[in-house]
Design a protein around this ligand. Structure first.
Ligand code: G6P
Length: 370
């Protein structure tokens, strides 16, 4: 068993450390060597079809749903097509408006999640084309979808998903660039900057992993708390939701993810002396606003850890108690880096509390019942 874990104590830790490889493998053969364009040869959808897409629905469960929240920002910003992201168990029952010009994207690590599969079938029944983003080539979702983008994360064993989530993000970046290429919605220089940013991610993740000892300390001190908060704006809010889910799944510590600007409309009432708040502060355009939300929680006694960009420390330091700096990337790519410290914090918190990291209570890796 230790051999299977390649020397790591748990599958989850191994899978966290496999992320640089998962990013590279998911990009491999899908980006032109000159770095000027992406090519997803596996897609059978024609350019004419792409031009006819009027809206996109992204449907998934759990961590894959959180990847879909980032996917919404990616597609809206790169291709300017309106996107809605839904939890699969809700999607079918809200009688969604699915038309033949709706592209439905289902995201599923296993490709076997019953709710997601049912959403796929519902979409096809209504005449929509379905694109699956999945980690399992021969899965039900892969077989039934009209198009498939495989994430090459390799087998994921730990119940808490890590490398599958980040590979799903890579798939969204590639697909967003594909759409932009067909639709001409991005300047060539912006496309090239994004591709350069994508290529830099694996080494940037490695540099975060090298600092895991700091995160272990953070996690150990947080593990004594009953409840904590994750806050952020924009894609940082999407990452906050994934960080909060990860922590709940394996440490059983209660946490909530909140859109930073929404705190004052209710949740702020729960902030009391000493409560840990993890603030995602990677979106430069939103710094000022997020920092003012951080001041709101600080004023009520919260202990704030910021996940912030390298180089922004000085600006952020005044408002927080601790900073974990991540390498600078383009704003839309930052989830692929910012989630990594949160994965490690969850892992080390679970470990400190003596829980079964890879097999948390009540949860299954793949849920094949609705
Ligand atoms: C289960 C797992 C989650 C996962 C979700 C969706 O609940 O415990 O970690 O995110 O299913 O799984 P899928 O295979 O569809 O991505």
């Amino acid at each position: 068993v230790t051999a299977e874990k390649a020397g790591f104590d748990h599958f989850m830790l191994k899978e966290i450390y496999e992320q640089p490889k998962a990013y590279r493998d998911t990009m491999l053969g899908r980006i032109a060597e000159d770095g000027k364009s992406v090519y997803l040869k596996e897609l059978s959808m024609s350019d004419e079809y792409v031009k006819s897409i009027r809206k996109v629905h992204i449907v998934a469960c759990g961590t894959a749903y959180h990847a879909g929240l980032v996917g919404k920002s990616v597609i809206e910003s790169l291709a300017r097509i309106p996107v809605e992201t839904d939890v699969a168990s809700e999607y079918r029952y809200r009688s969604p408006i699915i038309t033949p010009d709706t592209l439905v994207i289902v995201v599923s690590q296993s490709g076997e999640t019953a709710d997601t599969l049912a959403a796929l079938r519902e979409a096809q029944k209504n005449g929509a084309r379905v694109l699956a983003i999945t980690n399992v080539v021969g899965s039900s979702v892969a077989r039934e979808a009209d198009d498939v983008i495989v994430t090459w994360a390799g087998p994921e064993i730990a119940v808490a998903s890590t490398k599958a989530y980040t590979s799903q993000l890579i798939a969204f970046y590639l697909f967003g660039l594909h759409l932009a290429g067909v639709l001409g919605t991005q300047e060539q220089s912006d496309v090239e900057a994004l591709i350069e940013g994508l290529h830099a991610l694996p080494a940037q993740v490695e540099s975060i992993l090298e600092q895991s000892a700091v995160l272990k300390q953070v996690a150990e001190s947080m593990s004594h708390h009953k409840s904590l908060f994750f806050i952020g704006r924009g894609v940082d809010y999407a990452v906050a939701q994934e960080g909060s889910l990860k922590l709940k799944e394996i440490s059983y510590i209660h946490s909530e993810a909140y859109a930073a600007g929404e705190l004052k409309h209710g949740t702020l009432a729960l902030i009391e002396d000493g409560i840990p708040v993890i603030a995602l502060v990677t979106q430069e355009a939103l710094y000022e606003k997020t920092l003012s939300n951080i001041k709101e929680v600080k004023a009520r006694g919260a202990h704030v850890l910021a996940i912030a960009n390298n180089g922004s420390e000085e600006e952020v330091a005044k408002s927080v108690d601790e900073i974990f700096a991540i390498p600078k990337t383009l704003p839309i790519l930052s989830p692929a880096l910012a989630v990594v410290p949160l994965q490690l914090i969850s892992y080390y918190a679970s470990l400190a509390l003596g829980h079964d990291v890879d097999k948390p209570r009540n949860l299954a890796k793949s849920v094949t019942v609705e």
